[in-house]
Design a protein around this ligand. Structure first.
Ligand code: MG
Length: 254
């Protein structure tokens, strides 16, 4: 009787052979397998600093519709928009985004007042709070001494910037930020701290530094569990700081 093999068994043999070949190809010594997912296509901004196509534009110069007041819950953001720029209204309180964000890439442009007033922390002070909790300091640090982990580009009271690359008062400056959100377990215990990488005017000033906890000016930082996504906020420190071209890209957390 001739040797026969059932069609289903034959298919199984072929599938096994193909899987073995595929596995062997993936295990070529010294080579990394090609990821299964193709990187999505993103069109970059037309000019340096302009938002790419997958960015969420938070302020494009027209209005503060993506923001609300921090001092009056639910009220419109009270800062002043004119000529494509938003200016802090001193004493009105900070503003925060309506949408929450976790890990992200952020681009923001700011200018300290061209007429210098005050010194140290009282001169051109504001701040970008990631997740409403972790402050990247904004300050006029052009020939203006203060404590090092409180100057422009500091992770406030935690990490001084690597260098001081501040422009003169009144000139436009940029922060480009890569922020990874902290992770907490179901009991609220910290599993992974937050990190910051920051470029100030194109120069790296924070190189993947580990955040020690919430930002305080009068006590050491510590972590407190919070949701995976929280608003981005800008600080009113009673100086008429100006902002423009603010956009953000959400990052999937690896
Ligand atoms: Mg500040």
């Amino acid at each position: 009787m001739p040797f026969t093999i059932a069609p289903r068994a034959l298919l199984g043999c072929v599938a096994l052979l193909l899987a073995t070949v595929a596995a062997a190809q993936e295990r070529v010594p010294g080579q990394v397998p090609n990821p299964s997912k193709e990187p999505p296509i993103v069109t970059p901004g037309a000019t340096p600093g302009a938002p790419p196509t997958d960015a969420i534009v938070l302020f494009d110069g027209t209005d503060l519709s993506k923001w609300v007041s921090q001092s009056t819950a639910g009220a419109p953001a009270p800062w002043i928009v004119a000529d494509g720029i938003v200016t802090v209204k001193p004493g009105s309180g900070g503003i925060q985004t309506k949408q929450g964000f976790g890990s992200c890439q952020l681009h923001i442009e700011f200018a300290t007042p061209s007429v210098v007033s005050g010194e140290g922390q009282g001169r051109g002070n504001s701040g970008v709070f990631l997740m409403n909790s972790y402050e990247l300091q904004i300050l006029d640090s052009y020939q203006n001494k203060t404590y090092f982990h409180g100057q422009a580009g500091a992770i406030y009271k935690q990490h001084a910037p690597l260098v001081n690359v501040s422009r003169k008062p009144g000139e436009w400056q940029t922060y480009d930020v890569v922020f990874h959100a902290p992770r907490f377990d179901a009991d609220g215990k910290l599993q992974r701290p937050a990190t910051f990488t920051v470029f100030h005017n194109g120069v790296v000033i924070q190189d993947h530094v580990v955040v020690m906890g919430l930002t305080f000016h009068d006590k050491p930082p510590y972590y407190e569990a919070h949701p995976d996504k929280m608003p981005l906020s800008l600080q009113d420190h009673h100086n008429p700081m100006r902002f423009r071209n603010i956009w953000i890209r959400e990052l999937s957390d690896q």
